[in-house]
Write a protein that binds this ligand. Sequence first.
Ligand SMILES: [Mn+2]
Length: 180
Amino acid sequence: MFTQEKYLKALNFAAQAHGEQKTPKGVPYITHLVSVAMEIIHACEQSELKLEQTDFAITVSLLHDTLEDTDVTYDDIYKEFGPEVAEAVDALTKDETLESKKEQMASSINKLMSQPYEIQMVKLADRISNMQKPPESWDSLKKLSYQKEAKFILSCLKNCNIHLSKRLEDKINEYTTYIN
Ligand SMILES: [Mn+2]
C-alpha cells in the first residue's frame, strides 16, 4: 500500500513545476509522470514492498523529471521532500555538461547502478512509460536506437525489480511492431 497524502503532495508539486509543458505527443506532461507512478505502484504491490519504500518510490517517480525539465532546484526538492528524495531525483537527472546523448546515458546508468533499488525502479518505470507508441515524426533509425537504448537500460538495472524488468522486456519486444 501507499500513503495518499504523500502521493498528492508530490503530484501537486510536479504539476505546478511542469506547468504547460507537453509530452512529444502533445498531451500535458503530467500524464507521463502519472504513468510512471502507476508502473511503480503496480510493481510495489506485486513485490509487496514496505509502505516506506513504496511511498519513497512513488514520490521520486512523480518528481523524476523536475530537475531536468523545469526551474525547480535541488534545494527546492530538499526543502519540500528531504535529502533522500532530492538525491534520488538528482541521480535520475542527466548530466547535460556531457557532450553526446550516448555519454549522458552511460554516465546516468553508471550513477544509478550504485543507488538503492527503489531509485533504479523509477528508471525502469520511466522507460516502460516511454516505450508506448512513438510519435509519428520518428523515423525507423530513431526508433531502433531508442529500442536499443532500452535494452541497455534493462541489462544494467534488471535486478532491481523482477516485475518491472519483465514488463520492460515485454515493452521492448512489442516496440518492434512500431518499427518498419
Ligand atoms: Mn521521464
